[in-house]
Design a protein around this ligand. Sequence first.
Ligand code: RIB
Ligand code: CA
Length: 315
Amino acid sequence: MKKPIIMDCDPGHDDAIALLMALANERLEVRAVTTVGGNQTSAKTLINAMKVLSFAGIHHVPVAAGASKPLVRDLEIAPEVHGDSGLDGPELPEPAFSASPLSALELMEKVISESQVPITLVPTGPLTNIARLLIAAPHLKQKIERISLMGGSAVGGNWTPAAEFNIMVDPEAAEIVFESGIPITMCGLDVTHKAQIFNSEIEEIRQQGGKVAVMVAELLDFFAKFHQEMGFEGSPLHDPCAVAWLIKPELFISQNLHVDIETCGEYTDGATVVDIHGITGKEKQVDVVFDIDREGFIQLLKDSLQCYHQGEVRS
Ligand code: RIB
Ligand code: CA
């Protein structure tokens, strides 16, 4: 049986690739896509999500707009990474369908409550929408199987020295999610910085066939610019890790640990405080991912894109 999931994202180049990987895989059923302000404003991340699905010929998955700002803080966006559109690089046609008339919160509540089996949530942006769901509908926790997220890190940040972007944008939301009691898989920078794609592999994707593969290569061409300026050899495919863990967990190594969220540190605000040595004695509610079979992960991406070329993805 396919694992039903909801993708909650802020496309964003790596979000777009995570969406395409999830939509192509026969082990997952994307019941809904919700968007959130993060890499860009919520208006732009919504349009970007619809453009990506439209480009891939996928019109049956509802896409709903979510939170335009964090629970209590002002929104921080990342145009230096993702460009003014949030998805700079390829020329993407306007969406071929309209956004859901429901809000992200309403759509998540509808999908989860109507599902015959528990749903897995896959947030790859700030956790504002997920926190708002847990605040508004705590009774639905029992129908959420797991949260497989991209965010945080056991060591070091990318937005501040201590904090990763998704958590840093809305630490109060992250605190609600990490304290929810729902099992969490945390694909943080510890693993995503190892999940880099190199220029030679981008060229292989460009040549492998199909317009979706070419579009992904063009996304990666733009995404690589920022990361090469930052001194990376390749580009870290952050968000696809949260999807790949659900598809092929054997590609990853994780540890079950307790994680707290810092919401008021002068230098550590937005940090995921990973209790590596079990010092707190608190419940180990998070599977923190530390390592990856990088080559196997890249092959999974290539195989996912091939599905579009071979017409194997449900439109
Ligand atoms: O820190 C990386 C995360 O921030 C990724 O989800 C990327 O898309 C940005 O949202
Ligand atoms: Ca993201």
